[in-house]
Design a protein around this ligand. Structure first.
Ligand code: NAG
Ligand code: NAG
Ligand code: NAG
Ligand code: ZN
Length: 479
């Protein structure tokens, strides 16, 4: 009796805390029409706000909104004919299940990726949090990966780990870094990187190549990629993922209660918490909204730059592996590869107009103007785009769908993001290596919980993307 009422009250708390989020498409003739909407930090625009051109010459902004928010916006823009707000009517199949139990049997059963299985094979469920570490432990026990514990425990006390493959124990031989699972709801991110690592190690061991849909790689390419040395931080946000997998509430942030202890006020957006123009109200124009200082926002930036354990652990990997040269943060859901910068448009002509120059404080973050654009040397701009394009080409070549590459600022800026932080280190931190950085957004727009078919397709697409990203990066240079 006691137990039942406890369960009932927990269930009630859950429904009170988590209003249902509905996918919405907002259309307008120009991205400028969305500026007020995007500036409202009570709305959820998925991983990053993006205005995409449509076939009929308009722009579309995707969002996840509550019923109340949809009603409010509909009323607000009733008299503005050019802005339309529509709920997505797509009926979706059941989403992929989360694994129950431990398919890797406490780190004894090695994960087998799709690239080393016969065409048409599938993986039956998304890994639960325990399975992600069990999978990595199995790669360590049976396939030659080396794992290590990261220095900071999460708010809920989880010990964080990452692993290295391909270049043995010498940490100066590692040049590629991938992370996943930053945003809790972006299901399948950790699976994509862990199964790819499993594929590389298995193909190397058996002397074979890899096949992802219509895209194939030779054993020589597998060896080339492994020799570059790969560091993988597969689950950046275990507290958030644990909560999301148990509540299916489309949870994004971590679970830190320092700034708020109930409902949406819990948690920090790890991908706005990095030490790059973090204090956005100082560095950006007041009309830009690259993050939020409101704890209840999906883009809450935290209490200080790198205030969160997950952020600190992420950064510690650059210190442990000082020769990391290329970084990829794996997110969803949009279908694109984003490359630096994310705070404003790029420019290659005025080196003094850069994120470190306080003369531009209060001016950053308005795209399409000339007041401020972020400096990127032209060689870097060429290199970084070349590798993004190669990644996209491989993902398309798998044969199921289209992807695009674009500068990460798109039309709306971000502050404190992992990719900008990675690239900024070279200028901000004496002696730091230059890191070309990317964000991959696999999956379909705002579709964070893939169907089983989509989950498997995402593995094929991302893994081919990782292969060509690595090969193109090696082509440009690892030193
Ligand atoms: C943001 O939207 C909510 C309704 O969803 C509205 O009540 C609020 O006033 C808006 N905030 C701003 C700053 O416009
Ligand atoms: C790849 O295979 C070769 C030959 O079996 C082996 O010597 C090497 O250690 C393997 N590399 C990795 C990263 O497992
Ligand atoms: C951000 O910068 C402003 C202006 O310099 C300053 O007043 C404010 O205290 C800073 N905020 C934080 C959280 O450091
Ligand atoms: Zn994301």
């Amino acid at each position: 009796m006691m137990k039942q009422s406890l369960i009932a009250s927990l269930a009630l708390q859950l429904t009170v805390a988590v209003a249902e989020l509905l996918p919405v498409q907002i259309r307008a003739p120009t991205p400028l029409h969305f500026r007020d909407i995007v500036a409202n930090d009570t709305y959820d625009f998925g991983c990053r706000a993006q205005a995409r051109p449509t076939d009929d010459g308009q722009f579309e902004l995707r969002a996840l909104l509550t019923r109340d928010q949809i009603d409010y916006l509909t009323e607000e823009y009733r008299s503005v004919d050019v802005i339309s707000i529509r709920e997505s009517v797509v009926k979706r199949a059941t989403t992929a299940p989360i694994g129950s139990g431990d398919r890797f049997k406490s780190g004894t059963v090695t994960p087998v990726g799709l690239g080393t299985q016969t065409s048409g094979s599938t993986i039956a469920s998304i890994m639960n949090v325990a399975e992600i570490s069990s999978a990595v432990n199995a790669l360590v026990a049976n396939a030659g990966a080396i794992s290590f514990t990261l220095p900071y425990k999460t708010f809920n006390g989880a010990t964080q780990f990452a692993f290295q493959i391909g270049a043995g124990s010498d940490t100066s031989k590692y040049h590629l870094y991938l992370s996943a699972g930053v945003h809790a709801r972006e299901r399948g991110g950790p699976d994509n990187v862990v199964y790819w690592a499993a594929d590389l190690l298995a193909a190397n061991k058996s002397g074979s190549g890899l096949t992802y849909g219509k895209k194939t790689y030779t054993n020589a390419q597998v060896q080339t990629v492994l020799n570059a040395g790969i560091v993988i931080f597969p689950l950046v946000n275990p507290d958030g993922v644990t909560y999301d997998q148990s509540s299916s509430s489309l949870w994004r942030k971590n679970r830190n209660t320092k700034s708020g202890s109930s409902g949406s006020s819990i948690g920090v957006d790890i991908n706005r918490n990095f030490d790059f123009l973090w204090n956005f109200s100082k560095y950006f124009s007041s009309s830009a909204s690259p993050a939020s200082s409101s704890p209840s926002s999906e883009t809450f930036y935290g209490t200080a730059a790198a205030s969160e354990s997950e952020t600190k652990n992420h950064v510690s990997i650059y210190d442990k592996f000082p020769k990391i040269r290329w970084f990829m943060d794996v997110h969803s859901a949009a279908g694109d590869i984003l490359y630096s910068w994310g705070d404003d448009d790029n420019q290659a002509t005025t080196s003094t107009m850069n994120f470190l120059n306080s003369a531009y404080d209060g001016k950053r973050g308005i795209t399409g103007d000339t007041t401020y654009k972020e400096y990127i040397p032209s060689t870097d701009a060429t290199n970084i785009k070349k590798v993004a394009d190669a990644t996209v080409a491989a993902m398309k070549a798998v044969g199921s769908r289209s992807y695009v590459s674009q500068q990460s600022v798109g039309l709306y800026p971000t502050s404190g993001a992992s990719d900008d932080y990675a690239f900024s280190r070279f200028w901000a931190k004496s002696g730091a290596n230059k890191v070309y950085a990317y964000t991959m957004e696999f999956g379909y727009s705002t579709n964070f919980y893939p169907t089983l078919t989509e989950f498997n397709q995402n593995i094929l697409d991302t893994n081919a993307g990782f292969m060509d990203w690595a090969l193109a990066a090696i082509g440009v240079g690892l030193e």
